[in-house]
Design a protein around this ligand. Structure first.
Ligand SMILES: Cc1cc2nc3c(=O)[nH]c(=O)nc-3n(C[C@H](O)[C@H](O)[C@H](O)COP(=O)(O)OP(=O)(O)OC[C@H]3O[C@@H](n4cnc5c(N)ncnc54)[C@H](O)[C@@H]3O)c2cc1C
Length: 472
C-alpha cells in the first residue's frame, strides 16, 4: 500500500500512532504543510524542528515533502497526485485544526482513498470527559480528578521501521520559506539555548528527570532556579507527547526515584495542558471571546505607550521588566513571571488581554493557541476556573516572594545588579544615596514606575465593579 502521513503538531517518530499505522511495511510519503498564522518565534522553532524531522526520516529513505497553502486543498491534491491508498494524521484540537480534518475527510469522501486519524496529542480525548450531567467540566480540579480515574494511557509506541517511495513529488525548500528571521536575525541567540526536534525533546526530558523534577512541587515557582522542564515548545510541536511523559514519570515514581508529590504535580501541569485543549474543543468561541461574556463589556484603557513599555520591559517594575526581557531574548518566560506580567498588563495597565496574548503569540517559542488563550483569560479573570478579578497580583510582593535574592531579576535587568535586594523590587523607595551608590538613576538608566501600584489597583477594581453594575 502507498500511504500519505500528514505531519501536523506531531513532529516525532516515536509514540506517533498515525505514523506507526502508516508505516507497517507500506510505502510512506511524509507531508508537512507550512502554517500561515504562526508567530515569529514559532517560525524559528518550526524551521529547526522540520530540519530535524527531515533528517530523521531521510535515514530511512523517506523524504519530507513541504508544501505551502491551505491544507484543506493541499492535502487532498497531493493525495490524488501521489495515488495513495490511505491518508493518516494525528488530530489537532484547535477550531482551525478540527475544521481542516473534517473538510479533508469530506473532500476525499468517495475518492477511494481511506482516511484515518489518531490521537497523539492528549492523554484523553476531550469528548470522552464529561460530568455527571453529561456536560463539559468548567473547573480544573474536578476535570483532572475525573481524568485520573479514567486514565489508561497505552504504552508508548516505538519508532516504526519506515520505507520510502520512489515516486517523485515536488517539495518546497525549507531554506527558502523565510521561517528564520533576517535583517536583523533577532533569533540568533536562540541557537545556543534550544534544540528543536525529537532528540532535543528527549534531551530536555533527560535533564529535567535528573534535576528539576526532584524539586518540582515547591521549586517550580521560583524563576531564578531551573526546576521546570522547558518542554513546552517540544510539546507544542509534538516532538514529545504527553503519553510518553506520563509513562516516564510513572516509572520514576514506581521505582522510588521520584517523590510522588513532585511527579504528581508535574503530571497535573500536563493536566492543565489537557484542560486548555479540552476547553477549546467544548467552548471554541474562547479563541476570540472571553469565557465569561461579562468581560466583553469591560472598559479597557488600551494606552499604546503603556503596551509598548510593557513589551520592551520598561515598566519600572523590575520583576515585570525581567520577564518581558527574558521573553524577547530567549523566546520563553517562566510560568510564575508569565502570570505576573500578564496580570500587570491587564490589571495595572488596563490593556485588553488580547493585546498581551498577541505579543506572546509572536514572541514565544512555545506559542500554543490553547494554552495561550486559556492562560491569558485565566489571569485576566475572564477565563474558565479563573482566579477572581479582585485578586490583583502585587508585582512588588510577587518579586520579593519568588525572587527575593534577585537571581532572576538581576540577570535580565542588569542595570539593577548593584541595588540592595531590599529595594530591588521597589527601587523608587531607595534613598538618593543608595540609588547613586548602585549606579541607578530612575528615569534615566532605569524607568520610573509607569503607574502607582495602589492607584492602578483601585482603578482596575472600580472598572470591574462598573462592569458588574452594568449587568445587574
Ligand atoms: C499568560 C500566559 C500565557 C501562556 N502561554 C502559553 C503558551 O502559549 N504555550 C504554552 O505551552 N504554555 C503557555 N503558558 C503556560 C505555562 O506558562 C508554560 O506552559 C510553562 O511555563 C512552560 O514551561 P515548562 O515547559 O518548563 O513547564 P513545566 O512546569 O515543566 O510544565 C510541563 C508542561 O505542562 C504544561 N503546562 C505547564 N503549565 C501550564 C499551564 N499553566 N497551562 C497549560 N499548560 C501548562 C506545558 O505544556 C509544560 O511544558 C502560559 C501561561 C500564562 C500565564
Amino acid at each position: 500500500m502507498k500511504i500519505l502521513h500528514w505531519f501536523r503538531e506531531d513532529l516525532r517518530l516515536a509514540d506517533n500512532p498515525a505514523l506507526y499505522e502508516a508505516s507497517q511495511g507500506n510505502e510512506l510519503i511524509a507531508l508537512f504543510v507550512i502554517p500561515q498564522n504562526i508567530g515569529g518565534a514559532s517560525k524559528w522553532w518550526l524551521h529547526n524542528s522540520l530540519q530535524s524531522l527531515s533528517n530523521d526520516l531521510s535515514k530511512s529513505g523517506v523524504q519530507l515533502i513541504l508544501r505551502q497553502g491551505d491544507p484543506i486543498s493541499v492535502v487532498p491534491e497531493l493525495a490524488q497526485e501521489a495515488g495513495i491508498d490511505l491518508l493518516t494524521w494525528n488530530r489537532v484540537y484547535s477550531p482551525q485544526g478540527v475544521l481542516q480534518g473534517s473538510a479533508i475527510k469530506e473532500a476525499l469522501n468517495g475518492s477511494g482513498i481511506k482516511v484515518e486519524s489518531f490521537n497523539s496529542q492528549l492523554l484523553i480525548e476531550p469528548t470522552k470527559v464529561l460530568n455527571k450531567q453529561g456536560k463539559a467540566f468548567r473547573v480544573f480540579t474536578p476535570f483532572w480528578k475525573h481524568c485520573l480515574a479514567m486514565l489508561e494511557p497505552p504504552l508508548p509506541l516505538t519508532v516504526p521501521s519506515l520505507k520510502g517511495t520512489s515516486f517523485q513529488l515536488e517539495s518546497a525548500r525549507l531554506e527558502t520559506l523565510g521561517l528564520i528571521p533576517s535583517q536583523p536575525n533577532w533569533a540568533q541567540s536562540f541557537d545556543a539555548l534550544w534544540q528543536p526536534g525529537e532528540q532535543g525533546a528527549i534531551e530536555a526530558w533527560r535533564k529535567f528527570s535528573e534535576g528539576g523534577i526532584n524539586q518540582y512541587a515547591q521549586g517550580r515557582d521560583f524563576p531564578g532556579e531551573c526546576n521546570t522542564s522547558l518542554l513546552s515548545p517540544h510539546l507544542t510541536w509534538g516532538e514529545i507527547g504527553p503519553n510518553q511523559l506520563w509513562y516516564y514519570t510513572q516509572e520514576l515514581m514506581a521505582g522510588n526515584q521520584l517523590a510522588n508529590e513532585n511527579g504528581e504535580k508535574f503530571l497535573s501541569e500536563i493536566g492543565w495542558r489537557e484542560f486548555s485543549r479540552y476547553l477549546l474543543v467544548h467552548f471554541p468561541q474562547i479563541e476570540k471571546s472571553s469565557f465569561n461574556p461579562l468581560f466583553d463589556d469591560f472598559v479597557w484603557q488600551n494606552k499604546e505607550s503603556n503596551l509598548i513599555a510593557w513589551q520592551k520591559g520598561q515598566t519600572g517594575y523590575p520583576i515585570v521588566d525581567a520577564g518581558m526581557r527574558e521573553l524577547w531574548q530567549t523566546g520563553y518566560m517562566h510560568n510564575r513571571v508569565r502570570m505576573i506580567t500578564a496580570s500587570f498588563l491587564t490589571k495595572h495597565l488596563l490593556c485588553n488581554w488580547r493585546s498581551g496574548m498577541a505579543w506572546f503569540w509572536d514572541t514565544l517559542v512555545d506559542a500554543d493557541i490553547a494554552n495561550n488563550t486559556a492562560s491569558w483569560q485565566w489571569v485576566a479573570g475572564c477565563g474558565a476556573d479563573a482566579s477572581p478579578y479582585f485578586r490583583i497580583f502585587n508585582p512588588i510582593l510577587q518579586g520579593e516572594k519568588f525572587d527575593g535574592d534577585g537571581q532572576y531579576t538581576k540577570r535580565w535587568v542588569p542595570e539593577l545588579t548593584m541595588l540592595p535586594n531590599k529595594y530591588l523590587h521597589k527601587p523608587w523607595e531607595a534613598s538618593e544615596t543608595i540609588l547613586k551608590t548602585a549606579g541607578v538613576e530612575l528615569g534615566t538608566n532605569y524607568p520610573k514606575p509607569l503607574v502607582d501600584h495602589k492607584l492602578a489597583r483601585e482603578l482596575a477594581l472600580s472598572r470591574y465593579h462598573e462592569m458588574k453594575l452594568n449587568h445587574q
